[in-house]
Ligand binder design. Structure first.
Ligand SMILES: [Cu+2]
Length: 140
């Protein structure tokens, strides 16, 4: 009888772990159909949840735009000097490797001022419950 209860508990524990397991990493196509162009919709990121491990894919005609990672202050003013990184292949995938805010703008001409700017807030995955066994497992 006791062993049966343990089995049930174990099954329940596995079920909980499966439910809490992080979903596989998502790849977000920045701007969706508009891509990373002057048609980039400024509200694109609204309502989206970016989780550590997800990535952003910037698609644009190479040579016409760039992706420049900047700080929050630079983002406000479209200042790309002292940037944290530049991508210009036209098909740039940037992995969101840690939680926090990241700011991206286009570094070409006045495109940033025209709306080619993206801020994302990256959140940690909901962490599964600690691995310590339930009370009943420890007992004799
Ligand atoms: Cu541009």
């Amino acid at each position: 009888m006791a062993s049966r209860q343990v089995l049930l508990l174990a099954a329940a524990a596995v079920g909980v772990m499966v439910l809490l397991a992080p979903a596989s990493a998502e790849v977000f196509m920045v701007g969706d159909a508009a891509g990373w162009t002057l048609k980039y919709p400024p509200t694109w990121a609204d309502g989206k949840t970016f989780v550590v491990g997800d990535s952003l894919m910037f698609m644009y005609p190479a040579g016409e735009h760039t992706v420049v990672e900047v700080g929050g202050m630079e983002f406000m003013t479209c200042n790309v000097t002292g940037n944290k990184g530049i991508w210009n292949s036209g098909s740039d995938t940037i992995t969101l490797s840690k939680s926090g805010k990241r700011w991206f703008v286009c570094g070409v001409s006045d495109h940033c001022a025209q709306g080619m700017k993206l801020v994302v807030t990256v959140v940690d995955v909901a962490t599964p419950a600690p691995a310590s066994p339930p009370e009943s497992f420890r007992c004799c």
